[in-house]
Design a protein around this ligand. Structure first.
Ligand code: NAD
Length: 289
């Protein structure tokens, strides 16, 4: 199947929405891209940088002749956006999203009255700590996974079209259940972000930052991510993240005990196990990170 999108409407024209726009433009598979957002300055930047062709501050009007609509807003904003567009969409339009949590977004879509056969939930596993259209770049998704989590109602035709769209960005597509997606992301994305935020907060009153070097910068890079986006992700995947926080607290408790009892053997075991697991991960998957 060769893809041709006549009118793509991107609601939330930031890093993710903007990067998808640039990738699809570069691939030559989209005729017109309209951006919708809450920041006129960001939409202005998006037009100036060639990310979108035009912008609209009227969400219903913007989607009325769209054949593809992407929601790339913080996940807690999706509920209102679905409600705003549900009745304005033309019958043939396919709707997808890029949200970092999938069960919450699917529930929000169902509640809005959207035709669920045309909704394909998606999450590209690529990003940076920067936000806004000015941070977008066309190769962001290349060689990264994009996970699609169709609901039981998603039609095969809608799924095929969204799958094709993401393929043009250079992403490797995986399909899985939304709950499995949320559990995996709690481990490899949500817990690390919350840990980075916490580490900075635990230390920042100590006036030690001026001595910090590369290791500290690497470990804490993701604490520069958008607080609003992460508030939403944390709230929308709270149960799975809470389980992972418990597991981390358990590990820290073990380390604390080993320190208090001067148990070097226990520390060595913990550090060796962690190094082996990380080295194995990098040798198996390092080329695709
Ligand atoms: P971003 O902050 O760069 O862009 C979000 C855009 O949405 C902004 O332009 C903002 O003004 C706009 N916006 C916010 N609320 C809105 C509303 N109610 N209506 C219309 N526009 C609104 O964020 P991003 O990194 O592009 O993230 C977008 C989505 O993609 C989020 O759901 C996030 O969870 C997901 N995601 C992010 C990453 C990442 O690493 N940044 C990776 C994968 C998925």
């Amino acid at each position: 199947m060769s893809l041709s999108i006549q009118h793509l409407v991107i609601i939330g024209t930031g890093l993710i929405g903007g990067s998808l726009a640039l990738a699809l433009k570069q691939a030559g598979v989209v005729k017109r891209i309209t951006g919708v957002g809450r920041s006129p300055q960001n939409l202005h930047d998006a037009i100036r940088l060639g990310v979108i062709d035009d912008a609209s501050d009227n969400i219903q009007q913007a989607v009325q002749d769209a054949d593809m609509v992407l929601l790339a807003v913080p996940v807690a904003a999706c509920a209102q956006v679905f409600k705003d567009i549900a009745d304005a969409l033309p019958e043939h339009a396919i709707i997808t999203d890029a949200g970092s949590t999938k069960q919450s977004v699917i529930k929000d879509a169902q509640k809005s009255g959207l035709d669920m056969s045309r909704f394909v939930p998606a999450h590209p596993i690529a990003g940076t700590e920067h936000s806004g259209a000015a941070a977008a770049f066309p190769t962001l998704f290349q060689n990264h996974r994009c996970i699609l989590t169709p609901s039981t109602e998603t039609s095969a035709e809608s799924l095929a079209k969204v799958r094709e769209m993401w393929k043009y960005t250079g992403a490797n597509i995986e399909i899985m259940d939304a709950k499995q997606h949320d559990d995996i992301m709690a481990s490899i994305s949500h817990l690390p972000h919350l840990t980075a935020f916490s580490l900075i907060n635990a230390l920042h009153d100590d006036d030690v930052f001026r001595f910090a070097a590369g290791g500290f910068r690497d470990f804490t890079r993701i604490a520069s991510s958008s607080p609003e986006m992460w508030r939403d992700i944390a709230l929308c995947n709270a149960a799975a993240i809470t389980d992972k926080i418990d597991a981390l607290q358990h590990e820290l408790h073990d380390l604390r005990q080993a320190l208090q009892t001067q148990n070097g053997e226990a520390l060595l075991q913990k550090f060796t196990a962690a190094k082996q697991a990380r080295d194995q991960w990098l040798s198996a998957y390092g080329d695709n990170i």
